[in-house]
Design a protein. Structure first.
Length: 376
C-alpha cells in the first residue's frame, strides 16, 4: 500500500474502519482453499480419477435441477424412432430401445413414444427375414410383449400382429423339427380363431395397407428444452432452477393404432406371410409333409381370409401340387441336396432295399449259396 493511502487510512475515523471491515468480511478470499484429496482418489488411475472427480457433489444445485428438468428418455426415443426403420441402423437402435425397457426407464408418459418406435421398426416387414436382423427382431418384440403395463389393450393387440412377423415367422427358420412343428401347430390354431371375412374387413385391410409406407408419427413435445447445457451467461445466478417448470406433454396428431377390423386384417396378412416362409423350409425333407398338410388345412379355411388374400392361398396350394409332381417324376432336387437332407437311417434303408435276398430260407450272403455248408 502506498504512503498516500496509509495517511488517508490513518485519518479515517475508527467507526468507519469497523464498518468497512464488516462489509468485506463476507467476501471469499482471493485464493480458495485447496480441497482435501480423498485417499481412494489419490491411488486411482488417471481415467478412474476423472470419473471420481465428476462424481463429487457440487455446492450448487443448478446443474442437477437442469438435468432433472429435461426428459432425456423422450428425446432418446424420438431419435431411436427416426433410425430404427433403417436396416443398417436397426440393430443399434433396437439395442438402445431394449436397454431403456430393461432398465425400467420407460414410464406411462413414454408409452406412445415406445409404440411409435416399434411401429417404425416394422415399416417394411420383409426386414424381419433378413438373416442378420432376425435375432434382434425376436429379442425386441419378445421383450415388448412382456411390458404389458405401458401399453393399452388396442396397442397390445397390434403388437401381437407385429409379433407374428418378428417372432413366430422367425421360428420357422430352424433346424429343429420339433420346434418347427410346434410353431406350425400354433399357426394353425391362430387361423382357427379368425372370424369369417366380410366386405368391411376387405375395406379395412386395403385402408391399413395404404397407410403402411407412411413415415413414423413423431410426437410434438411442448416446452422442449435444449439437450445442450445452457451457457453460464444465460442464467448467471441460477434463478431458472428455482422457477417451477411446466411438465412435458406428449401430443399425437391422430390416433396411431389400428382399428379392430384393421388388426384382424393384418393378422391374416401376417399368417399368410408365415406360409410363404414355409415354402423356403421345403428343402428340408423332414418339413415337407408338415408343410403340405398345413397348406391343405389353410385351403379348407380360406373363408376366414379376405377376397384379396385368397389368391395367395391358391398359389400356395399350386406350389404343393407342383412339388408332389416333381417328386413323383424324380425331380425332388439335386443329388447333393437330397443327400444333405436325408438322415442316416434313410440312407441305410435305401441300401437295404437294393440288397438281394435269397429265395431259400435261412440262407444269407445275398443268395450266392456261400453259406450252405455253414448252415448244414
Amino acid at each position: 500500500m502506498c504512503a498516500v493511502d496509509g495517511d488517508r487510512l490513518r485519518r479515517t475515523p475508527r467507526s468507519v474502519t469497523y464498518a468497512m471491515s464488516a462489509l468485506f468480511s463476507s467476501l471469499p478470499p482471493e485464493t480458495a482453499p485447496k480441497r482435501v484429496q480423498d485417499p481412494a482418489e489419490a491411488t486411482a488411475p488417471p481415467n478412474k480419477r476423472a470419473k471420481l472427480e465428476c462424481a463429487q457433489p457440487h455446492n450448487s444445485s443448478v446443474t442437477e435441477a437442469q438435468i432433472v428438468g429435461r426428459d432425456h428418455v423422450a428425446a432418446a426415443l424420438i431419435k431411436i424412432t427416426t433410425h430404427i426403420s433403417s436396416g443398417r441402423k436397426f440393430t443399434k437402435a433396437s439395442e438402445l430401445l431394449r436397454k431403456l425397457i430393461i432398465d425400467q426407464n420407460i414410464g406411462q408418459e413414454h408409452s406412445k413414444l415406445v409404440f411409435e418406435a416399434l411401429k417404425a421398426s416394422l415399416r417394411d416387414t420383409k426386414n424381419t427375414e433378413d438373416p442378420q436382423l432376425r435375432r434382434e427382431y425376436t429379442k425386441l418384440f419378445t421383450l415388448a410383449s412382456k411390458a404389458e403395463q405401458i401399453f393399452t389393450p388396442r396397442e397390445l393387440s397390434q403388437l401381437d400382429v407385429y409379433g407374428t412377423w418378428a417372432v413366430i415367422r422367425n421360428r420357422l427358420h430352424t433346424d429343429d423339427s420339433f420346434e418347427f412343428n410346434k410353431t406350425l401347430k400354433g399357426i394353425k390354431e391362430s387361423i382357427l380363431h379368425l372370424p369369417d371375412a366380410t366386405d368391411e374387413d376387405e375395406q379395412a385391410l386395403q385402408a391399413v395397407k395404404a397407410r403402411l409406407p407412411e413415415e413414423p408419427q413423431l410426437p410434438e413435445l411442448d416446452d422442449v428444452e435444449s439437450e445442450e447445457a445452457e451457457a453460464p451467461e444465460a442464467d448467471p445466478f441460477g434463478l431458472n432452477a428455482l422457477v417451477p417448470q411446466k411438465k412435458r406433454k406428449i401430443k399425437l396428431a391422430k390416433p396411431s393404432t389400428w382399428s379392430k377390423e384393421e388388426i384382424t386384417g393384418m393378422k391374416r396378412e401376417a399368417l399368410l406371410d408365415c406360409f410363404d416362409t414355409m415354402k423356403a423350409c421345403y428343402g428340408h425333407a423332414w418339413a415337407r409333409t408338415s408343410v403340405d398338410l398345413a397348406i391343405e388345412d389353410l385351403v379348407q379355411q380360406r373363408g376366414r381370409f379376405c377376397s384379396s388374400q385368397q389368391p395367395r392361398i391358391d398359389e400356395l396350394m399350386q406350389f404343393v401340387k407342383q412339388q408332389r409332381l416333381r417328386r413323383k417324376q424324380g425331380f425332388g432336387g439335386s443329388a447333393k441336396q437330397l443327400q444333405r437332407d436325408t438322415t442316416a437311417f434313410e440312407n441305410a434303408r435305401k441300401e437295404w432295399g437294393r440288397a438281394t435276398i435269397s429265395a431259400r430260407g435261412k440262407v444269407g450272403a445275398g443268395g450266392d449259396h456261400q453259406a450252405e455248408t455253414w448252415l448244414g
